[in-house]
Design a protein around this ligand. Structure first.
Ligand SMILES: Cc1cc2nc3c(=O)[nH]c(=O)nc-3n(C[C@H](O)[C@H](O)[C@H](O)COP(=O)(O)OP(=O)(O)OC[C@H]3O[C@@H](n4cnc5c(N)ncnc54)[C@H](O)[C@@H]3O)c2cc1C
Length: 268
């Protein structure tokens, strides 16, 4: 499930520190990271993704990989766990280069490494990032778009909407844990029809309602559309299968990413 991405031309490991931690809604935390090394990040907007490094419990400092090429993960895995940081994938929700700051928005979902870190992150805590680029790449023939995500992809889709041209015509499906997680005020082009899908039920697996809601929409016009879907793996693969098989949408016009998988921790 490798998405096509626009990777940064140059990149390096960047060490930052937490500058703030707020809760936009009950099941999300927005952690602001800042520092002088942010001058080495080129903000690309849209769904710009980073590898986020943060210390494990009990570690007194963050040890970032020294390599900035593909070998960094091997370098990391060679470290004993006592010195190895956690690493997870996150989206830059907002960048403020003039202040040397970026925001990362965490969907909180249990006592996992990233959720626990995000709940407790305090100003001065260390964290690192490594730029992975952008996967939202609508082709010129896309007259209409379909953007779909569960809560893990809400930050990416909100950032995509903020950077989209005023001419965007799109259906947008955003699944969130509860009604209180719906954001009534969005920055989005007028032609974006946003459908919030709150689960409000701990027994419904994330991604299922977004898949149902997206399938119930009028199908995007084959050959003249672009779909970007991310979230739990079954949402991403399920919607792509549906659009291609039932809607006749050409496979390259669907960008799909399994951001996470039920019962499977992220490697690293
Ligand atoms: C390109 C990309 C960009 C991403 N951007 C964001 C982002 O901006 N914000 C964001 O919140 N997430 C984002 N994610 C998803 C995030 O990387 C995963 O959810 C990650 O697994 C979280 O790490 P963890 O330590 O919390 O859980 P892990 O240790 O990886 O997993 C522990 C358990 O939690 C479950 N789990 C993992 N994620 C979720 C979830 N969201 N809901 C419910 N259960 C879960 C796993 O199935 C596993 O059973 C992105 C993923 C990718 C690939």
């Amino acid at each position: 499930m490798l998405p096509k991405v626009r990777a940064p031309e140059t990149r390096r490991m960047i060490t930052l520190e937490v500058r703030g931690n707020t809760k936009p809604t009950p099941n999300f935390s927005t952690v602001t990271l800042g520092g002088a090394e942010l001058e080495h990040l080129k903000p690309m907007g849209f769904d710009q993704t980073v590898r986020l490094f943060f210390p494990r419990e009990g570690q007194d400092r963050l040890r970032m990989p020294t390599l900035s090429n593909e070998a960094w993960m091997a370098e990391l895995l060679l470290l004993p766990k006592s010195r190895r940081p956690w690493v997870r994938n996150y989206t830059i929700r907002q960048a403020r280069p003039e202040l040397g700051e970026v925001d990362i928005e965490f969907a909180l979902h249990g006592d996992t490494p990233a959720s626990t870190w995000a709940r407790h992150a305090r100003p001065g805590d260390p964290a690192g990032i490594f730029d992975m680029g952008v996967s939202y790449l609508p082709p010129p023939h896309a007259e209409r778009q379909l953007l779909v995500g569960d809560e893990s992809a809400v930050p990416a889709i909100l950032a995509i909407l903020e950077h989209a041209p005023a001419s965007l015509a799109a259906d947008v499906v955003l699944e969130v844990p509860t009604t209180a997680d719906v954001r009534p005020h969005l920055t989005a082009p007028e032609g974006a029809r946003v459908h919030w899908v709150p689960r409000d039920d701990a027994n419904t697996p994330p991604g299922r309602l977004a898949l149902e809601a997206a399938k119930a929409l009028p199908p995007p016009p084959p050959g003249r559309s672009y779909t970007w879907v991310a979230g739990e793996s079954a949402l991403a693969t399920g919607l792509r299968r549906h659009l291609v098989r039932a809607g006749g949408v050409p496979k390259p016009d669907v960008a799909f990413q399994g951001y996470w998988r039920h019962g499977r921790p992220s490697p690293g």
